[in-house]
Write a protein that binds this ligand. Structure first.
Ligand code: ZN
Length: 141
């Protein structure tokens, strides 16, 4: 079963660097190898089904069939290697101090969002995978 952790991350404004940092709480999902395989096969299957479905569309099939065929391998492999995901959360805006929604994303070092209220351009830093304890168990089958 996927492991979920609540992680608190710093929030900074990209437009007003002098504003003090606030925090956001996001949910981090760690997938084990079995779950990653299931997600990858599902992605592969859906894109491969689209490749077959678009085979019957005149003219478009020249582009769509090879595109979905290649995408099924590319995105399938991508999902197979995704060990950790940010599933989003809530944070406090440094400018208007209201709650904003953090969108889910891949686990990258830096994510950006806009405040739901004042549309301030916000930047959040996620901890690297080495900093997250217990991740090594995610490599086990
Ligand atoms: Zn705001």
């Amino acid at each position: 079963m996927a492991t979920c952790n609540q992680i608190t991350i710093p929030v900074a404004s990209r437009d007003n660097r002098e504003l003090p940092l606030t925090t956001a709480t996001i949910t981090q999902i760690q997938f084990n190898k079995k779950e990653r395989t299931q997600i990858a096969l599902k992605t592969f299957g859906v894109l491969m089904a689209l490749a077959f479905a678009t085979f019957f569309m005149p003219i478009f099939h020249f582009v769509l069939v090879p595109a979905f065929f290649l995408a099924s391998f590319v995105f399938g492999m991508d999902k197979l290697e995704e060990k950790v995901r940010n599933s989003g959360g809530k944070g406090e805006c440094p400018k208007c101090h209201q709650q904003f929604t953090v969108q889910g994303s891949k686990w990258v070092t830096r994510i950006t969002n806009n405040c739901d209220h004042c549309h301030e351009d916000l930047e959040m830093t996620l901890p690297s995978l080495e900093e997250i304890s217990g991740l090594s168990s995610g490599n086990a089958p």
